[in-house]
Design a protein around this ligand. Structure first.
Ligand code: CA
Length: 226
């Protein structure tokens, strides 16, 4: 991912882990270790995305986001302890675009960042994604297996796009729901399972294979290599 990222986080270990990981993944990273440094950094430099802790010395993350929103639409992902933040609604009310709870999984951070960057138009998808015999054309909202076109609903297509972007990655139902429906996943219902199951049978019909597999107790993943 080629993006300029600001990491606002006062815990040195977490900051370093995020910075190393994002640099390794092609990002240009700037860091701020407290609220004052963050305020200065965000006023002086432009970023594609900001990862923002809430509990910070000097100026809180909430205030930094409010300050930022007076002059900038730069997407913000809040990274916070569960006790600080209960719902997606609170995060959106703060003016942030998404949130990740600590402790976090680094790959999850990357996926969330990609989703937010795409939604805000800062990240472009490639023209085509291929996994095994499957080809997905993100801009055209279509996909085919070999030369057989797949007839997918809008939700099925967005699910397929996520799976195809990161084959082998296991997505939980909550992940899928929050990324595709863009709403908080608050209780176990059948929505995700039904859409995944429909997508799965369409893929199976076209390919003769089960391209999406259930990982019991966790979620789903796409089989195959990019
Ligand atoms: Ca903190």
């Amino acid at each position: 991912m080629n993006a300029r990222i600001a990491i606002v986080e006062d815990e040195p270990d977490i900051r370093r882990i995020l910075a190393d990981f994002l640099t390794k993944n092609g990002c240009t990273v700037s860091e701020a270790a407290d609220g004052l440094a963050a305020s200065k950094l965000l006023a002086e430099e432009q970023f594609d995305l900001i990862l923002m802790d809430l509990m910070l010395p000097n100026i809180s993350g909430e205030r930094l986001i409010a300050e930022l929103r007076t002059h900038s639409d730069t997407p913000v992902i809040v990274i916070s302890a569960r006790s600080m933040l209960e719902t997606r609604l609170e995060v959106l009310r703060l003016g942030a675009d998404d949130y990740i709870l600590k402790p976090f999984d680094l790959n999850e951070v990357l996926v969330r960042m990609e989703v937010v960057l795409r939604r805000t138009g800062a990240a472009e998808l490639p023209d085509t994604l291929t996994v095994g015999g499957l080809t997905v054309y993100p801009a055209e909202n279509r996909a085919c297996f070999g030369d057989k076109p797949l007839s997918l609903t809008a939700k099925e297509f967005r699910l397929l796009l996520l799976f195809a972007e990161h084959p082998q990655k296991v997505y939980s139902k909550a992940n899928l729901y929050e990324s595709v429906w863009n709403e908080e996943y608050c209780y176990e219902d059948n929505t995700v399972s039904v859409h995944v199951s429909n997508l799965r049978s369409k893929l199976k019909k076209a390919s003769g294979q089960d391209l999406i597999e259930t990982v019991w107790g966790i979620g789903y993943r796409m089989k195959g290599e990019q």
